[in-house]
Design a protein around this ligand. Structure first.
Ligand SMILES: [Zn+2]
Length: 205
């Protein structure tokens, strides 16, 4: 495979990018000037050194201090540590933070459990979520909010998580709630506007 084909096949692995778009990206790179492609290559090559996965919520955050293992949200005393919002991916956290309507903590689950697939996604953090909840219960955790998109895969993921954490939340009287009306059927959290996210959170049940 030549370098151009290799680049195209890398772009094809990006979320939401099909074969045609991957080709357009690769040909766009060809039109970029040398300084920009060098900068882009350097950024990608060094990304891991400047970004860390939070040990608590598992979202990626920028850090210049390699000793920091927990992100600014998890570390903040201004946030409500009694509420935990479970979302599919990092970009969902960004969308909710941008909306500025939630002051609890997050947990990035790492994907969804597709309704119609027997393929196991080993990036999912079911065990880590259960452990986080167990750790947080003595610290006052009172509510776990399921923040998945309103579609069959999102709903299946919610059921999957409830089967993992149901027993421990029930025995410690931790409420499990779900995003409410506001988020329309089939809509993805990541693309929802601030007002929609606000309503979905406000109307959780
Ligand atoms: Zn965090």
């Amino acid at each position: 495979m030549n370098n151009l084909d290799k680049l195209i096949s890398y772009f094809e692995t990006f979320p939401g990018v099909g074969a045609r778009q991957a080709k357009r990206f690769a040909f766009h790179v060809l039109t970029m000037n040398e300084a920009d492609t060098a900068e882009l290559a350097k950024l990608i090559a060094n990304l891991n050194q400047s970004v860390t996965e939070c040990a608590s919520c598992h979202r990626f955050f920028s850090t210049n201090n390699s000793a920091t293992t927990v992100c600014t949200i998890c570390n903040s005393s201004n946030r409500d540590h009694n509420r935990l919002l479970v979302v599919e991916r990092d970009s969902d956290v960004l969308a909710i933070e941008r909306a500025g309507v939630y002051d609890g903590l997050y947990f990035v689950f790492g994907g969804t459990v597709p309704l119609l697939s027997s393929k196991e996604n080993n990036k999912l953090r079911g065990g880590a979520l259960k452990a986080t909840i167990e750790t947080r219960i003595p610290e006052g955790l009172s509510e776990v909010i399921m923040g998945f998109s309103i579609n069959p895969d999102g709903e299946n993921t919610t059921r999957f998580i409830e089967s993992i954490i149901g027993e421990i939340t029930k025995s410690h009287e931790v409420t499990i709630s779900h995003l409410g009306r506001g988020l329309s059927t089939g809509s993805e959290l990541e693309y929802a506007d601030a007002e929609t996210i606000k309503n979905a959170l406000k109307n959780r049940a």
